[in-house]
Design a binder for this molecule. Structure first.
Ligand code: NAD
Length: 261
């Protein structure tokens, strides 16, 4: 059964969507009727099966295209291979935590490439098609760390502040052409990228898992709860709606009050 949602006829590419927030956004856009193109750097039967499952669940076309977002050429090829898009979600991201003096330079380069430069390359490749269509949505998944900082996350915080700036420039250059660009700034969402930080935090603070979650991670989040991938997906769908036509060049925080502190 073909999708009958508000995003019928729109094609969405979501980078880094084999898990976590990207997958949640892909599900939400598919549920709203968009054709979805999933992406990560691997190319396994499971990756393609995941896209097939989403397509079947929501009655939309769904594909998986492998492309490494740390590689500029691969970023641009992803857009070309998909045949362009109406909705581009720049979501791929990684984390590394270390003191500035000990931060491995190659980790810095990789984080800047995946979390920031990839969005420059995909957006540059996607804009022409959106201009021709007279409609487009560029949604950059930044972070509360695009607006505030934490120690030991130099590359991540720099990249996320950078992507907030890139969102503003994209919005200004596209203004008046039916294209908007915004950054979603989630607080903590319990996904694999966050799970991976818990054992280190347990060691550093000599705490058990629940205490680390409550007293270290969610200490920054006044609501005391993680945000969910469904909530981030819903925010992306809203940004694609007519109601959001004049929302551009800004950030939307989904952080339980983190940035209000
Ligand atoms: P995740 O680890 O579950 O997902 C990251 C995705 O990016 C995965 O699909 C992974 O395969 C993909 N990816 C990694 N390297 C890639 C590469 N080189 N090329 C292509 N794809 C690649 O993490 P997540 O929490 O879902 O994070 C998604 C985005 O949300 C990231 O940009 C992250 O910074 C941001 N974010 C997450 C949180 C959180 O608390 N989880 C908070 C704020 C912002």
């Amino acid at each position: 059964m073909p999708g009958t949602g508000t995003l019928n006829g729109k094609r969405a590419i979501i980078t880094g969507s084999s898990s976590g927030i990207g997958l949640g956004i892909a599900e939400a856009l598919a549920k709203a009727g968009a054709e979805v193109v999933l992406n990560s750097f691997t190319d396994t039967p499971d990756d393609h099966a995941l896209a097939a499952r989403i397509g079947a669940a929501h009655g939309v076309a769904a594909r998986y295209i492998s492309a490494d977002m740390s590689d500029a050429g691969a970023c641009r090829r992803l857009i070309a291979e998909a045949g362009g898009c109406d909705i581009l979600v720049n979501n791929a991201g990684i984390q590394h935590v270390a003191r500035l003096e000990e931060f491995p330079p190659e980790k810095w380069d990789t984080i800047i490439a995946i979390n920031l430069s990839s969005a420059f390359h995909t957006t540059a490749a996607a804009l022409e098609g959106m201009r021709t269509a007279g409609w487009g949505r560029v949604i950059n998944v930044a972070s509360a760390h695009g607006l505030t900082a934490s120690p030991y996350k130099s590359a991540y915080v720099a990249a996320k502040h950078g992507i907030v700036g890139l969102s503003k420039v994209t919005a200004l250059e596209a203004a008046g052409s039916g294209i908007t660009c915004n950054a979603i700034c989630p607080g903590y969402v319990l996904t694999p990228i966050v799970e991976a930080q818990i054992p280190d935090q347990m060691k550093t603070h000599d705490m058990d898992r629940d205490t680390v979650i409550r007293e270290v991670m969610l200490a920054r989040q006044p609501s005391g709860d993680f945000a969910t991938v469904e909530q981030i997906g819903g925010t992306a769908v809203f940004l694609c709606s007519d109601a959001a036509d004049q929302i551009t060049g800004t950030t939307i925080s989904v952080d339980g009050g983190w940035t209000a502190l």
